[in-house]
Design a protein around this ligand. Structure first.
Ligand code: GDP
Ligand code: MG
Length: 371
C-alpha cells in the first residue's frame, strides 16, 4: 500500500491498532491516531516488520514533484501580499484604493476583471507588487494548511479608531505561524478619533515587534479613503521585499503555482486564476491541479488582456481545464497530456483508497460494538 491509514494497514497486516501505534511510536512518530495516513516508506517499513511484502503497482505511484531549486537561475520577482485584519477595519477600502490607483498607470485601461489577485506598479520606485484579493482569505488558509506560503508579506490593517480586535490577533497568529513578514497599516488616520499611538502600543502588547519601539515591523499611518500615505505603504512593501530578496526561477524549470480562485463561466467552461510561483506558463502548457488538468487554451490578466507568458508572481486567469480545480490547489506543469492524465487518475484512486480506508475504520468500530 502506498498511502493508507494506520487502521487500514493494521487490517492488511492483521495487527491490532494500538499495538501498531506503539510500534510507530518506537519509530519516532508522536501523537498518531488510527486515521493518520502513512507514506509508502513507513508503511513498507512496518509491513516488513510484520513479515509482509509490499507490492507496488507502478501506475499507482505516478505523480509530479517539484524539481530542486537551481540557485543560478533565480531572478528577482514581485512580492506577493495578503491584506488581513479585523472586519470593517478597511481591508476592502485599501485594496480598492490600490486597484484604482494602479489604473492610472495602465494605458490599456483599468482593472476590469475580478480574478482574485492584481498587480500594481508603485508610484515612486516603479516596482511591481502582487496583491491577493480573495474573500475570506480562504485560499490563503488552505494553502497554509498544506504547508505552502504563497504570501511573502502580510499587511495587517488596524483601524486607528478601533485598535486591536479579535481578528487582528488571529491575523498576527497566522502570520507568525506561517513565518510571513508583516507590515502594519494603521488605517482611518483621516478620522479625528484615530489614535495611532494607542494602536502601536496595543500591537506591541500582542508581540508585534513594531519599529516605533525598536522592532523591525514597519508601521504606516494611512487612510484608504483619502489615500493618505498609501504611497508610503507601497514603498514599505517594496523595501521589505528587497530585504527579503524574493526570487524565483523563470526559465528552464516546469512551471508551478497555486489556484487562487476558480469558477464555471456559463458556456465557456472552467476557469481558474493561477498565481505562478515558478517557471513560465504559456498557451499549450499542460498544468495539473488537484484532481484535474488543463492544456492552457488562453490566459488573461486582471485587465482582461490576453497574456502570452505568465512568469512568477503573475496572476492569470487560465482557460482550458477539464474540471474545476479548487482554490488552494497547487499547480504543476506536466511534460505532456499523457502524464497529466495518469497523475490525475492516480490522485483520484488515491483519494478513493483513503476514503475506503475510512470505511474500514467504520466497519471495525461497528464490529467491536456488537461483540
Ligand atoms: P473591511 O471589512 O476590512 O473590508 O472594511 P471596509 O473596507 O469594508 O471598510 C469598513 C468601513 O470603514 C466602510 O464604511 C469604509 O468606508 C470605512 N473606511 C475604510 N477605510 C477608511 C478610512 O481610511 N477612513 C475612513 N474615514 N473610513 C474608512
Ligand atoms: Mg471587506
Amino acid at each position: 500500500p502506498r498511502f493508507c491509514t494506520v487502521s487500514n494497514l493494521a487490517t492488511i497486516i492483521n495487527a491490532k491498532v494500538p499495538a501498531l501505534l506503539r510500534n510507530l511510536e518506537s519509530l519516532g512518530f508522536e501523537g498518531l491516531t488510527h486515521d493518520y495516513i502513512l507514506d509508502q516508506e513507513n508503511a513498507t517499513l512496518i509491513a516488513d516488520d510484520y513479515g509482509f511484502e509490499v507490492v507496488l503497482n507502478d501506475e499507482t505511484g505516478i505523480d509530479i514533484f517539484p524539481e530542486p531549486i537551481n540557485e543560478l537561475l533565480l531572478q528577482t520577482r514581485a512580492p506577493i501580499v495578503t491584506i488581513m485584519g479585523h472586519v470593517d477595519h478597511g481591508k476592502t477600502t485599501i485594496l480598492d484604493y490600490l486597484r484604482n490607483s494602479s489604473i492610472v498607470d495602465q494605458e490599456h485601461g483599468g482593472i476590469t476583471q475580478h480574478i482574485g489577485a492584481f498587480s500594481v506598479t508603485t508610484p515612486v520606485s516603479k516596482k511591481s507588487i502582487t496583491f491577493l484579493d480573495t474573500p475570506g482569505h480562504a485560499a490563503f488558509l488552505k494553502m497554509r494548511e498544506r504547508g505552502a506560503n504563497v504570501t511573502d508579506i502580510v499587511v495587517l490593517v488596524v483601524a486607528g479608531d478601533d485598535s486591536v480586535k479579535p481578528q487582528t490577533i488571529e491575523a498576527i497568529k497566522h502570520a507568525k505561524k506561517a513565518g510571513v513578514q508583516m507590515i502594519v497599516a494603521i488605517n482611518k488616520c483621516d478620522k479625528p478619533g484615530a489614535n495611532p499611538d494607542k494602536v502601536v502600543a496595543d500591537l506591541s502588547r500582542h508581540e508585534v515587534d513594531v519599529e516605533d519601539y525598536g522592532g523591525d515591523v514597519q508601521v504606516i499611518r494611512v487612510s484608504g479613503k483619502t489615500g493618505l500615505n498609501m504611497d508610503k505603504l507601497e514603498e514599505a512593501i517594496v523595501t521589505l521585499s528587497e530585504i527579503m530578496d524574493v526570487k524565483a526561477e523563470v526559465e528552464k524549470v516546469p512551471a508551478e503555482g497555486w489556484v487562487i480562485e476558480s469558477h464555471l463561466k456559463k458556456g465557456l467552461g472552467s476557469v481558474a486564476t493561477v498565481l505562478v510561483t515558478r517557471g513560465t506558463v504559456k498557451p499549450g502548457s499542460i498544468l495539473v491541479a488537484g484532481q484535474t488538468y488543463c492544456r492552457v487554451k488562453s490566459m488573461k490578466d486582471e485587465h482582461g488582456k490576453v497574456v502570452r507568458a505568465a512568469c512568477p508572481s503573475k496572476p492569470v486567469e487560465v482557460w482550458g481545464w477539464r474540471d474545476l480545480p479548487e482554490a488552494g490547489d497547487s499547480v504543476i506543469q506536466a511534460k505532456d497530456e499523457k502524464l497529466a492524465k495518469k497523475v490525475v487518475d492516480n490522485r483520484a484512486n488515491r483519494a478513493k483508497t483513503i476514503d475506503e480506508a475510512k470505511d474500514v475504520d467504520a466497519i471495525n468500530k461497528m464490529r467491536k460494538k456488537q461483540r
